[in-house]
Design a binder for this molecule. Structure first.
Ligand SMILES: NC(=O)c1ccc[n+]([C@@H]2O[C@H](COP(=O)([O-])OP(=O)(O)OC[C@H]3O[C@@H](n4cnc5c(N)ncnc54)[C@H](O)[C@@H]3O)[C@@H](O)[C@H]2O)c1
Length: 432
């Protein structure tokens, strides 16, 4: 099939390359000329395990191409996926749909024959209806079908998640579009993915409801960790004990810093906005947002306590700053809340992340990136394990620290408290 992905970010690039690997001809379009130029040279703009090899392979065999020409790409394709960003509105809580609507207008001007136009971007309920109206303006004789096909991939596991999804949700009442999409996804269905055809609005809501539920699970276990700290219980026992119940499941049940990333924070806020619009209360999700917003402050006050409330000139080393491992994405990472506050309070923060220096910290004079773990740990008074990268799981602190014994605050509980204490470290985790 001939496909076109509009927006070549995490979702557009990953799904585009995976579709091409399944034998389709795919054009990945982006308005960012520099991004498209570098992709044409084989340079991948994001860190995503396995992505580079797959892009190079499919670009070489000419099933995958890159373009900034939206009009031409739409004309050449049968199925158009809208994969642009839907960030939170500036100063507001709803999703900013300007990128989606701009793309819809452009598509509307480019339709030359029947097209299936799909939102893969996460969009609030009724966005499909609005896109349909926009495109209808320039296409009175309906030669298109608007479908919702939300994407559930996780950064860091994106290729695996795309190729082996739990489910493929296709929101459309149009029998022809549904049939075509079922064929497009048939290689994944034959590997075990459930194919679910719903109404367009239901598909839009499934995505938000799923993200809000996962954010709730994380927040729930983070609050349990607070209780465990007060009652001398190990949160790991609680996570395992709860997770073994198949009705609950163990995933997204590990205590840590506030949830962050490009999806949960904006999507939980956007679903509240949708509920407000439809005069419905989502009080559970509202409390989740509040609790999560509090989490970074709570962990900051623990840092402060560990340093006896004297942060000035204290050297704090952050191991990992991305919102989770195996991605370079910094969007809404809790380190973006914590590090600036520590720096403003006079602490000197060094950080190391396997995905390199982060421009987000450039404006803070007391914050520096180090090229390796050893340099980042140098002279530290406190080490904060912020992101669960494999690179940190077997650090030989003894040899790196050469007899020094800084405090270690492991926000991901990746080390054994017993072993750390045996080595003489003042070691603290979360919820244990
Ligand atoms: N990142 C994830 O893990 C993930 C997972 C599932 C769903 N989603 C959803 O998918 C959508 C995209 O997310 P992302 O993380 O891939 O975003 P992103 O910011 O990484 O990529 C969006 C891309 O769209 C491009 N773009 C914007 N306007 C354009 C236009 N008019 N023409 C062509 N290109 C244009 C931008 O230049 C950018 O490269 C969002 O709605 C997001 O919520 C993201």
């Amino acid at each position: 099939m001939k496909l076109c992905m509009i927006g070549t970010g995490y979702v557009g690039l990953v799904s585009g390359v995976c579709f091409s690997d399944l034998g389709n001809n795919v054009i990945c379009v982006d308005k960012d000329q520099a991004k498209i130029n570098s992709l044409k040279k084989g340079k991948i703009p994001i860190y995503e395990p396995g992505l580079e090899e797959l892009v190079l392979k499919n670009y070489k065999n000419k099933r995958l191409s890159f373009s900034t020409d939206l009009k031409d790409s739409v004309r050449k394709s049968d199925i158009i996926f809208i994969c642009v960003g839907t960030p939170s509105r500036k100063g507001g809580s709803g999703a900013d749909l300007s990128q989606v609507f701009n793309v819809a207008k452009e598509i509307g001007k480019s339709i030359n024959k029947f097209k299936i136009i799909i939102t893969k971007s996460t969009v609030p309920v009724t966005t499909g209806d609005q896109i349909e109206k926009i495109i209808q303006k320039t296409n009175k004789k309906k030669k298109f079908s608007i479908v919702s096909n939300p994407e559930f991939l996780r950064e860091g596991e994106a290729i695996r998640d795309f190729v082996y999804p739990d489910r493929v949700v296709v929101g459309t009442n149009d029998i022809k579009s549904n049939k075509i999409l079922k064929t497009l996804y048939s290689p994944l269905i034959s590997k075990g993915a459930q194919y679910l055809n719903t109404s367009r609005r239901a598909a839009e809501l499934i995505k938000y409801a799923s993200n809000a539920f996962l954010a709730t699970k994380i927040t729930f276990i983070n609050e349990m960790a607070n209780l465990c700290e007060k009652t001398n219980i190990n949160i790991e026992d609680i996570s395992i004990g709860m997770g073994l119940d198949k009705r609950i499941g163990g995933r997204f049940l590990r205590a840590g810093p506030a949830y962050g990333g490009s999806c949960f924070p904006k999507d939980t806020k956007a679903i509240i906005n949708t509920a407000d619009k439809f005069k419905t209360k989502l009080s559970v999700i509202k409390s989740v947002i509040k609790s999560n917003d509090n989490r970074s402050n709570l962990l900051l006050s623990r840092i402060s306590k560990l340093l006896k409330n004297r942060l000035k000139n204290k050297k704090i080393c952050f191991l990992g700053v991305t919102f989770k491992a195996n991605t370079d994405d910094m969007r809404d990472s809790s380190s973006l809340t914590m590090i600036p506050i520590l720096s403003k309070k006079g602490a000197k923060v060094s950080y190391y992340d396997p995905t390199g220096h982060k421009k987000e910290f450039n404006k803070y004079k007391n914050v520096s990136f180090e090229n390796n773990i050893k340099d980042a740990l140098k002279k530290s008074d406190l080490i904060v394990v912020h992101t669960e990268w494999n690179d940190f799981k077997s650090i030989n602190f003894k040899s790196y620290l050469k007899g020094r014994k800084p405090i270690i605050f492991d926000m991901r509980n990746i080390y054994s408290p017993t072993k750390m204490k045996q080595q003489g470290f003042k070691y603290f985790g979360v919820g244990r």
